[in-house]
Design a protein around this ligand. Structure first.
Ligand code: THU
Length: 136
């Protein structure tokens, strides 16, 4: 699976976005370390806070199918800008690894690549809970 192919899958998922309020469709495609792809779109709600972002839709689909190891996530939003994951999505993603690569794409040709560590420095992760209850 090339970056280009993963972005293409995110662009296809973007077409499924349910965005009657923002009219801002987002698509995401996450690649597992075993080579499977799960896609997602944003799903809005009349109760705005119930909206689910594209990244979380893709990730939750994957996790609910038993996946826990991810290599890359590709995200497409505004074709004229690099749409970055919101804070909640960054937190959900970092749970599964600081090494996950994040592709922000305007198109299959125009994209930037980061790591979770770069876009969410100084994060709170499962490691922080390893010594719970223990006194240093
Ligand atoms: N949105 C995403 O799906 N992913 C992001 O990371 C940024 C925001 C969605 C949520 C909402 O449906 C719309 O974009 C406008 O905020």
């Amino acid at each position: 699976m090339t970056n280009r192919e993963l972005i293409q899958r995110a662009l296809e998922a973007q077409k499924m976005a349910y965005v009657p309020y923002s009219e801002f469709p987002v698509g995401a495609a996450v690649l597992t370390t075993s080579g499977k792809v799960y896609t997602g779109c944003n799903i809005e709600n009349a109760s705005f806070g119930a909206t689910n972002c594209a990244e979380r839709t893709a990730l939750f689909k994957a996790i609910s199918e038993g996946e826990k190891e991810f290599d890359i996530i590709a995200i497409v939003g505004d074709p004229k800008a690099f749409t970055a994951p919101c804070g909640i999505c960054r937190q959900v993603l970092v749970e599964f690894g600081l090494e996950i690569k994040v592709i922000l794409a305007k198109s299959v040709e125009q994209y930037k690549e980061y790591t979770m560590e770069e876009i969410l420095p100084l994060s709170f992760t499962p490691k922080d809970l390893e010594n719970k209850g223990g006194s240093a």
